[in-house]
Design a binder for this molecule. Structure first.
Ligand code: KG4
Ligand code: ZN
Length: 322
């Protein structure tokens, strides 16, 4: 089955063509980051306008890359939610128009399921598998007992982890999106910890990151008022250490409780070097649990993950109907 994936939920205009959920025939992403950087975050109105300007050429480029034509496509999969409504509409309209014009079925895909299926490019799923979703808009622990069978064990009660990273970066004066820069500063810090930050911790699988984010803000304000210098490397290290600690602890607890065979990590923060190192150490200690991270390219928004998720969504619904 050859699936055409379309993703425009935020600030990436992306189209991909993937065969049988694994073989990537085309992968085109046009990123608007440089434009939104000027405003310190994504401006929804600009994002949807840019999607409109780019979507046709991104479609064309994908078909050129794959060496395929419309008649080769068996299914169109497009992100329908969650995301910026104006941005989503551009991808949905383009995908649906393409599907109508060529009489190809079109299905809507949940963006978060897409992030989860970015892992399938790396490794087959071994059920039960536990997904740690750490994106710009979501933080969840999701148990999967089969393909397209998702049970949310816990989620953030306030900020998503990526959102907290970006806000911390912003108050430190780093450009958008700052998550990766906080990660880089944290990894460069090799001395004794200078700062200690509080974080919400609990026995369940829910998360909260607004407290630790506010603690960074308060620390910066206090230092500013006292005229003290802040060591941004040490502060990034403290933030990353505190956040990854909780993420890893809850992931390990859930992996043990649900006897999972595999842990997969999804969303933009799956690119975080500190989280990768820490989670790798912790999962290595568990007996026969495989850890999978998507390639860096597939951690942030792309259409390959939507095509793969769409493929499994279709297989699962066909199975249920037969
Ligand atoms: O998953 P994603 O595309 O967003 C949503 O779908 O919501 O990921 C974007 C988020 C941004 O918040 C970005 O700062 C964060 O992922 N991010 C990182 C890193 N790379 C991307 N956060 C921490 N460390 C990184 N290396
Ligand atoms: Zn995303």
């Amino acid at each position: 089955m050859i699936v055409l994936g379309v993703e425009t939920s935020c600030d990436e205009t992306a189209v991909a063509i993937v065969e049988d959920g694994k073989k990537i025939l085309a992968d085109v992403v046009y990123s608007q980051i440089d434009i939104h950087k000027l405003y310190g975050g994504v401006v929804p109105e600009i994002a949807s306008r840019k999607h409109i300007a780019k979507i046709i050429s991104v479609f064309d480029e994908a078909f050129k890359q794959a060496g395929k034509t419309a008649s080769d496509i068996d299914l169109v999969a497009v992100t329908t939610h969650p995301g910026l409504i104006g941005s989503l509409l551009v991808g949905i309209n383009a995908a649906y128009a393409f599907s109508l014009a060529n009489s190809i079925p079109c299905i809507g895909v949940d963006h978060i399921y897409g992030h989860i299926y970015a892992n399938y490019v790396e490794a087959d799923f071994k059920f039960p598998t536990l997904a740690l979703v750490v994106s710009g808009g979501h933080t969840e622990l999701v148990l999967m007992r089969d393909h397209y069978d998702f049970s949310v064990l816990g989620e953030t009660m306030d900020d998503a982890v990526g959102e907290a990273y970006d806000k911390v970066a912003r108050v430190m004066g780093l450009p958008y999106p700052g998550g990766v820069m906080v990660d880089n500063l944290a990894c460069e810090y090799k001395r004794e910890p200078l700062y200690h930050l509080p974080i919400y911790d609990s026995d369940d699988y829910n998360f909260s990151f607004s407290g630790v984010k506010s603690a960074v803000l308060n620390l910066l304000n206090k230092c500013h008022m006292k005229g003290e210098d802040v060591n941004f490397h040490a502060l990034s290290y403290a933030f990353q250490d505190t956040v990854t600690n909780v993420l890893v602890k809850k992931t390990v607890k859930a992996a043990l409780e649900y006897n999972v065979k595999q842990v997969i990590v999804a969303g933009g923060v799956a690119a975080n070097k500190g989280l990768r190192a820490r989670l790798s150490d912790a999962i290595r200690k568990l007996d026969s649990v495989e850890l999978v991270f998507p390639k860096f390219r597939y951690c942030t928004d792309n259409a390959v993950m939507i095509a793969v998720a769409g493929y499994f969504q279709k297989l699962t619904s066909d199975k249920q109907q037969s």
